[in-house]
Ligand binder design. Structure first.
Ligand SMILES: [Zn+2]
Length: 338
């Protein structure tokens, strides 16, 4: 057990946690907390897809929602947009968000949210839903985990030796690192070369079939909205903003917003940055996000927001984590700097 877990247990045992939570409710919180989830599923149920996207089990999600309902004011995106324009937030605000557009968001998270009477915002990577494509991290994972070879050797964008077998997870992480970091990577070329080197054939029909078990359809996305959830943009291509030329980025951000507006029949004004690296001091990219029609941009894994100092193009978000104990979850919600 780690130091933070022990501290969380101590806070709970001594009643300090309840005191802190009660004070946040009574006196008003200095922070806006935004929680981020990707998939709600049983641990280890990813099969050939990426293991890292399952960040909460259905049981834990249900428990976390009950905790939020008891101690916090769960707000919607319209509340945050109104705050941004000078309105007020409730005393102890928290926003629940989901990234990407996984099917379990609709099948598992939606019923639990409705049962709790709470709202969440779903950020959708539009090209994948529209074209029935596997997300690139699931695509890489599928290729490397299905390969019968001992290793995969790549030449583009640089020579890379990826051992499979027992170390496949480490190789997946390395391959994903290339996609996350390499400027202007030709992604179809990278994935095509990987499929060839792995000797795994994945044609369009095969990929389409795989997405049926993994991604929502537009009908399901529309249903989220019809049942009171918020649906917003997670870009189209789900590429790291910093790795994209500005004109490519502008086009992608704009077309993703327009696609969602067409699907939902309403304005879409916020975006969650893929992978979530902040653009705090990147003035060019901030301007691209703004001029593509967005009022708020969300980063990821960046902590909480001090109210009164909310950066509209770096709204910070907490990352959910399958390995966070219930005690640590509650402690971090009460006192975010634990
Ligand atoms: Zn994402």
């Amino acid at each position: 057990m780690g130091k933070r877990d022990r501290l969380a247990q101590l806070l709970e045992r001594t009643g300090a946690l309840r005191l802190a939570l009660g004070a946040r409710g009574r006196l008003g919180s200095p922070w806006l907390t935004v929680l981020t989830y990707h998939r709600v599923a049983a641990k280890g149920s990813e099969g050939l897809f990426d293991a890292g996207t399952i960040d909460v089990t259905p049981d834990a999600f249900e428990r976390e929602l009950a905790f939020l309902k008891r101690w916090f004011d769960v707000i919607g995106m319209d509340d945050l947009l109104a705050y941004r324009r000078g309105g007020k937030l409730p005393g102890n605000p928290v926003l629940v968000t989901f990234d990407d557009g996984y099917l379990d968001n609709h099948a598992v998270a939606l019923p639990l949210l409705r049962e709790a009477g709470l709202r969440a915002t779903f950020f959708i990577a539009t090209s994948y839903v529209e074209e029935r494509r596997l997300f690139w991290w699931d695509h890489v994972s599928y290729l490397l985990k299905s390969s019968k070879k001992d290793a995969v050797d790549l030449t583009y964008p640089a020579a890379q030796h990826l051992p499979l077998g027992p170390t496949v997870e480490a190789s997946i992480v390395r391959a994903l690192r290339t996609i996350k970091d390499h400027f202007d990577l030709d992604l179809p070329r990278f994935l095509g070369e990987m499929a060839q080197a792995a000797d795994v054939s994945l044609d369009r029909e095969g990929e389409r079939r795989l997405t049926e078990k993994l991604l929502m359809t537009w009908d399901e996305v529309r249903e989220l909205r019809a049942l009171g959830m918020d649906v917003q943009s997670h870009t189209g291509a789900h590429r790291v903003l910093q790795t994209q030329p500005l004109d490519v980025l502008r086009k992608d951000l704009t077309s993703a917003r327009e696609k969602l507006e067409e699907v939902l029949g309403e304005r879409v004004q916020t975006v969650a940055y893929p992978v979530g690296k902040p653009i705090r001091s990147d003035h060019e990219r901030r301007e691209v996000v703004r001029s593509a029609g967005y009022e708020l941009g969300f980063s990821y894994g960046t902590g909480v927001n001090l109210l009164g100092r909310l950066d509209p193009f770096d709204v910070r978000r907490f990352a959910a984590d399958l390995d966070v104990t219930p005690e640590l979850f509650r402690a971090r919600m009460a006192l975010p700097y634990i």
